[in-house]
Design a protein around this ligand. Sequence first.
Ligand SMILES: O=P(O)(O)OC[C@@H](O)[C@@H](O)c1c[nH]c2ccccc12
Length: 321
Amino acid sequence: MNLHTLNRFSVRVQQPESKVGSATVLAVREEEANALQVKEWEVGMLQNELAASQGIRIRRRPPTGPPLHYVGPFEFHVQNEGGTPRNILEEIIWHKDMEVSQKSLENAPPSRDFIAALREANLKTGLPGLIAEVEIAQAYERGGAACLSVLTDEKFFKGSFENLEAIRKAGVKCPLLCKEFVMDSWQIYYARIKGADAILLIAAVLPDLDIRYMVKICKMLGLAALVEVHDEREMDRVLGIEGIELIGINNRNLETFEVDISNTSFLKESEVVGESGLFTPDDIAYVQEAGVKAVLVGESIVKQSDPGKGITGLFGKDISL
Ligand SMILES: O=P(O)(O)OC[C@@H](O)[C@@H](O)c1c[nH]c2ccccc12
C-alpha cells in the first residue's frame, strides 16, 4: 500500500458530502459502508504487502476481496480471486489467525447487559441509574450503583486493565464500563477479554467512520458502547451515526478540564448519560430535569471515606434498597 492509495481512500469518503438531496444521502451511506469495508480490507492487505516486501510469501489472511466499486492496484489479489490458500502452510496460518482471535475471547467472562442495568435502576429508584467510577468496587455495588466505571489509563489516571480484570474476578455483579481512551480497535477486544461489559468511545478523538466501525465491533463482542460528546456539534455528529445506543454528555471540557453541568442542556436523545461534575442532590435533579437517565460520577463519591454514604449523600436518599 502506498500513500497514493490512502489519499484516494479518504477522498472517496468525503467527496459526495458536498452534494445535497436524499438520493445523495443514501449514496453517502453506501459510500461510507463501502469505505468501511475498504478500510478493514486494506489493513489486512497492508500486513500481507509488508510481509511480501520482506520475502514472506505466506499471506496472513485470505484476501477476501475489495468491495465491488473498489479499483485498487493490488495485482496479487486479482491473481487470487476466490480466496483459496495457495499452499498448506498458508491454509494453516489462515486458520490460526481465526483461532488466535477467538481463543482469547473464549476465555473472557460473559458480557452483561450494561444498558439494561441502568434502565432497571432508573425504574427502581426514580433517579438516574448510577455508573460509579470506582476504587473499592464492592462498596459501590452495595451502595446502590447500577454499573461501575473502571479507569484503565495508567499514565494519567493511575488505572489499569489488571484492575478491571481484578474487579471482574472479584465477583462484582454490576456491569463494568472500561474507561479507556480508545484509538484502535484492539483496545476494545482487550477490554472484553479483561471482563468489560461496556466501553467508552470519545467523539472528540474519533472520526465518524471509526466510531461506526468500533460500534460494530462492540456489538459483535456483546459490549455496550458509551459514546461521549462534549458539545452540540459532537452530539449532532453522533446522532447521525447508525447503531449508537448510549450517548454520554461530559460536563467536563477535556481540553481545559473545567466542569459546567449546564452542558447537559443540548441533550437531544432519551438514553443519555450525564457525566462529570455532579456533587449534590440538586446537581442530580438538574441533569435529571434535562432528561438524563443515568449519571457517571467519580470525584464526589471517591472522595468520601465511605462510598455507600457518598452515594446516599449525592442522591439525597439511600438508593441501595
Ligand atoms: O469525577 P467526575 O467529575 O464525577 O467525572 C467522572 C467521569 O465523568 C470523568 O472521569 C470522565 C468521563 N469521561 C471522561 C473522559 C476523559 C477524562 C475523564 C472523563
